[in-house]
Design a protein around this ligand. Structure first.
Ligand code: KG4
Ligand code: ZN
Length: 437
């Protein structure tokens, strides 16, 4: 996502917030499981309380989210307020606007979560909150609110690394044992890690510049896709996926990044420049100014989506081969988990499926609502940490948020030194029309 740099003029922020007050922001709360009050459950007249209940709070970017999860992985309730519509209107996230919207919504979202969960604050075992990485102003709202709750209700506090939470979400849904390979692709992140334990990661590679969701959002914005009748309310990535289905990816060639760097790092800014150049050329040919819809948006969307998918698939393929060669993962029953907002893209998933089929890996993706930012993943990370006895705090003295934070031990240089050559893959015939790895 395009994070507009700090915007200090109060008047401008007020103007944008005024847009937000007339915009219907997405807000939802969901009750899961039994329809009875989950505060206490009776089994043969014996009152049963789940032993651990964690409230998760997420405000690292542009979603204000909360959830209560118990130690069996049951989601008792969740609520989420998305700022997406506001940021679509302003052409990107303006941090003070995001901060103000978090402030306006956090209390309501937490109350709704507790209400649909049927849980009182007294019954919670702990509060888990994202403290890194993310936008400083957004992280600050969640942390400040959480610390007040923790102090008032004398709860344990579990600081959460946003990317660790994304990586572990799959274990809420599937029985995946450590170690497994994780690809996180979102608007702000692009990393390949091996999850060896709850708080034990090896970083194989990451983006050297922008994230895949960021390039999709930037291209969508440059193409003015919010003016397209079929995708005016979609995120950039979703709009590109939607239009690409009707386009011909072979009309434009964007190139393959980092072919002379045999590692697992990524780079998307070259693809972004090439896409912008093509768009400018087409505008010239069609006699259009920036801000007007080109006739060939579907073909450009298809070409960009394909180039992004191919780059992600090739780097992930190398990561899989490295893990096998170095013995980090066994060749039998190994798993690739893909998560983050971009993981909901079906074309990218298909490209990754081709890679995992060829390498005998299982491919697992959380459902879309758990791929994007949510409170459940934070609460579940809290449960994982409680079970493992890791980072559960009795005192919150000195707790700070950290806008920048890497995940795990960085072994990306060693990966590059091995310089594994990625073979080209034979793609099933019926896939050839859409993908060609
Ligand atoms: O994980 P997420 O909700 O937030 C963070 O960025 O952390 O991911 C949002 C990103 C946006 O860039 C959005 O355009 C992208 O995920 N996205 C998609 C799709 N749906 C959302 N990208 C490609 N295809 C999609 N269907
Ligand atoms: Zn995220």
């Amino acid at each position: 996502m395009f994070w507009v740099q700090f915007f200090s003029r109060h008047a401008s922020v007020q103007k944008i917030l005024a847009i937000s007050s007339v915009t219907r922001c997405t807000s939802k709360s969901v009750k899961h499981g039994r329809s009875v009050c989950l505060r206490s459950i009776f089994f043969n007249s014996v009152k049963y309380y789940p032993t651990k209940l964690v409230l998760g709070i997420e405000t690292s970017c542009d979603d204000t989210a909360a959830a209560v999860v118990d130690d069996t992985g049951k989601i008792l309730g969740e609520a989420l307020h998305s700022q997406n519509e506001v940021h679509l209107k302003t052409g990107g996230i303006i941090p003070p606007v995001a901060q103000q919207l978090h402030r306006e919504n956090i209390e309501r979202i937490v109350k709704e979560t507790l209400c649909v969960s049927g849980i009182s604050l007294d019954e919670l075992s702990a509060v888990a909150t994202t403290v890194k990485p993310g936008l400083a102003l957004s992280l600050g709202v969640g942390l400040e609110y959480s610390l007040k709750l923790v102090d008032k209700y004398k709860k344990l506090f579990i600081p959460i690394h946003h990317m660790e939470a994304h990586a572990l979400t799959i274990r809420l849904i599937n029985q995946v044992e450590f170690p497994f390979l994780v690809l996180l692709i979102s608007g702000g992140h692009c990393i390949l890690v091996v999850a060896q334990g709850v708080s034990d990661f090896l970083l194989l590679g990451q983006s050297m510049d922008i994230a895949p969701g960021d390039i999709l959002d930037k291209v969508a914005r440059r193409l003015s896709l919010t003016k397209h009748p079929e995708c005016c309310r979609m995120s950039g990535g979703k709009a590109i996926e939607h239009l690409a289905q009707q386009g011909n990816r072979l009309q434009y060639e964007l190139g393959a990044p980092m072919q002379h760097h045999p590692n697992c790092n990524f780079s998307f800014s070259g693809l972004h420049s090439n896409a912008t150049r093509i768009i400018m050329q087409k505008e010239k040919e069609e006699g259009l100014q920036e801000g007007h819809l080109l006739s060939c948006v579907t073909d450009i969307a298809a070409a960009v989506q394909h180039a992004v998918a191919l780059h992600i698939a090739q780097r992930t393929h190398r990561a899989i081969l490295f893990c096998i060669k170095s013995g980090i993962l066994s060749q039998t029953n190994a798993t690739l988990v893909v998560s983050g907002g971009v993981a909901s893209n079906q074309y990218i998933r298909r490209a990754l499926q081709i890679v995992t089929d060829a390498t005998n890996f299982n491919l697992l993706c959380p459902p879309p609502r758990l791929c994007t930012d949510n409170g459940v993943m934070i609460a579940w990370n809290g449960i994982e940490r409680m079970r493992a006895g890791l980072g559960v705090l009795h005192s919150t003295d000195g707790i700070r948020y950290e806008p920048k934070a890497s995940l795990g031990i960085d072994i990306s240089e060693q990966v590059g030194e091995v310089a594994i050559k990625v073979p080209s893959l034979e793609v099933p015939l019926n896939e050839l029309a859409t993908i060609n790895l």
